[in-house]
Write a protein that binds this ligand. Structure first.
Ligand SMILES: *[C@@H]1O[C@H](CO)[C@@H](O)[C@H](O)[C@H]1NC(C)=O
Ligand SMILES: *[C@@H]1O[C@H](CO)[C@@H](O)[C@H](O)[C@H]1NC(C)=O
Ligand SMILES: *[C@@H]1O[C@H](CO)[C@@H](O)[C@H](O)[C@H]1NC(C)=O
Ligand SMILES: *[C@@H]1O[C@H](CO)[C@@H](O)[C@H](O)[C@H]1NC(C)=O
Ligand SMILES: *[C@@H]1O[C@H](CO)[C@@H](O)[C@H](O)[C@H]1NC(C)=O
Ligand SMILES: *[C@@H]1O[C@H](CO)[C@@H](O)[C@H](O)[C@H]1NC(C)=O
Length: 464
């Protein structure tokens, strides 16, 4: 990232609030209702997504969506000796109850037009901001430095009716940006968790590239904590995500149609997948993650609504998964197509995990998913050095592959999984799964079929 000290601006926001609430009322829209059920994982990729439905998106470059454009900052706001852009122009209050949205939008608009600008969220303050789309393209090197606390309105009663309930903070079409700073993003999800309809993601990056998210805590999102879709080159590091184990659908990091992703040195405990990798992702490297309690690291769900899904070159390494429903999981719906291939799970420690190793090609949220013949083709999956303990309610290895399209080339080496309690050793489960053991495993696996199924020769269903 380019960092010229002379162009370092900081937009610190506090002490003074200039937004006139009255303006907003002219723009009040009819009440939005949410009628669809939100699936536990991502909705199928649909571009353009809800941004298109958002009433207040400003489509011009470098703009936070708002009722009226913010005034550009003037020179009096810039302190050239400290590199701090003096904030009174934007001045948010930061007392946790005042609506500071307008200050943030103005700071964004100003920062976006400056090379290597810093939007500084100072520690010791709590900023309440409404759903906002921070839109690029911006000058490169923008830093959103969160040292204090950022939070949305508290629950459905305070959520502004004119905004979509589907998301809170969105960064859209931004290139070379960093979100960092050691502060906290508090999703205040508690009042939403029991409701059928809730903001689906706290922080979303959409159609953006060259992003860094680093040294941040994010907690209690209504649903997903981070979601990246349509992004490229994303580096996440030292992220700490927490939500209660029983909070529904609170995925930690979800990526979709996104490639070139690194997720490192992070700790996640939540009520759904720790990391979920959706359709259209490739070149993903995950290392040194601690998950749990959670639902583990998931590839999928893929192929929902008969869609084509392609996922490849995914590595998950050097990680710990504890007290989770699943360890490393690949899940696909019946009726999909495409392929999930080139996936390596390596050096992962399991601590009391219910399904440490699982492929589920019959993923279904209700009980009546109909049987279908097409499926996402699962192949070239390596499980190496996966050790630890499993919860004896389920077998430690479960390879349930499609009736019509078997999984192929599953490779296991140095897999040792022992019951967390007692001595009950459950047999691994396989259905239509081909692969080989490179070393003996604990427990022994005898249900994998050798070689490759004949259908591979004349089938292009796995084409991606
Ligand atoms: C500008 O920043 C310097 C260094 O932090 C500080 O000493 C000075 O008081 C600031 N000037 C104004 C006008 O705030
Ligand atoms: C992202 O960074 C890479 C490497 O620095 C650069 O080649 C690429 O052009 C950048 N992407 C965009 C969209 O600018
Ligand atoms: C792994 O991540 C943790 C933070 O979660 C960090 O403290 C530790 O130093 C990292 N280990 C390595 C080898 O980088
Ligand atoms: C796989 O992804 C990694 C990044 O995670 C990348 O460095 C590597 O080049 C990719 N491999 C292939 C064959 O594309
Ligand atoms: C799907 O197939 C299974 C196993 O062959 C069968 O038990 C089940 O009844 C079928 N379900 C439907 C909806 O046809
Ligand atoms: C099996 O998978 C491994 C690793 O993904 C790959 O290197 C190898 O070429 C595959 N073998 C076949 C026969 O496709």
């Amino acid at each position: 990232m380019e960092n010229s000290p002379t162009s370092l601006f900081a937009f610190a926001v506090f002490f003074f609030f200039i937004c006139t609430q009255a303006r907003w009322n002219h723009h009040a829209k009819h009440k939005r209702t949410c009628t669809h059920e939100i699936p536990s994982i991502s909705e199928p990729p649909s571009l353009p997504p809800e941004i298109a439905n958002q009433p207040d998106v400003a489509n011009q470059p470098g703009s936070a969506s708002q009722p009226e454009p913010g005034n550009p900052p003037d020179d009096r706001n810039f302190n050239s000796s400290s590199g701090i852009f003096e904030e009174r122009k934007f001045g948010a209050v930061g007392d946790g109850t005042t609506d500071d949205t307008e200050a943030y939008r103005m700071a964004w608009d100003a920062a976006c037009q400056t090379n290597s600008a810093i939007i500084h969220i100072p520690s010791g303050f709590k900023f309440m901001i409404q759903p906002t789309i921070f839109t690029g393209p911006c000058h490169v090197g923008l830093v959103f430095r969160v040292e204090g606390i950022l939070m949305p309105p508290d629950g459905p009663d305070s959520w502004p009716q004119k905004y979509s309930k589907r998301q809170w903070l969105v960064f859209y079409k931004v290139n070379e940006m960093s979100l960092q700073g050691g502060g906290v993003i508090d999703g205040r999800g508690q009042k939403w968790w029991d409701l059928p309809c809730k903001p689906q993601k706290a922080v979303r990056f959409f159609m953006s590239s060259n992003l860094t998210v680093q040294a941040l805590r994010i907690k209690n999102s209504p649903q997903f904590h981070f979601r990246f879709d349509g992004c490229r080159n994303v580096h996440l590091e030292s992220i700490h995500i927490t939500a209660p184990a029983l909070s529904p659908n609170t995925d930690g990091i979800h990526i979709e149609n996104t490639n070139g992703v690194g997720i490192y040195n992070s700790v996640i405990s939540n009520g759904d997948d720790c990391v979920s990798i959706g359709s259209g992702c490739y070149d993903v490297d995950i290392r040194n993650i601690t998950c749990g309690p959670s639902h583990g690291i998931s590839i999928g769900s893929l192929g929902n609504h008969n869609s084509r899904a392609c996922v490849s070159n995914i590595t998950v390494k050097d990680s710990l998964i504890r007290v989770s429903n699943n360890g490393v999981r690949i899940k696909t719906w019946q009726g999909g197509s495409g392929a999930a291939s080139g996936i390596i799970f390596s050096n992962i420690h399991m601590d009391n995990v219910r399904n440490p190793i699982i492929i589920d090609q019959f993923y279904c949220l209700s009980k009546d998913c109909s049987n279908q013949t097409s499926a996402v083709f699962v192949s070239d999956i390596i499980y190496e050095n996966i050790k630890g303990t499993y919860d004896v309610r389920s077998p430690p290895m479960h390879f349930a592959c499609s009736d019509s399209i078997p999984c192929t080339n599953l490779t296991l080496s140095d897999v040792e999984l022992l019951p967390a309690q007692g001595y009950l050793v459950l047999d691994p489960y396989c259905w239509n799964a081909y692969g080989e053991l490179q070393t003996l495993t604990i427990p022994p696996v005898s249900c994998l079929m050798e070689g490759a199924p004949r259908f591979l020769l004349d089938n292009d269903m796995g084409y991606c």
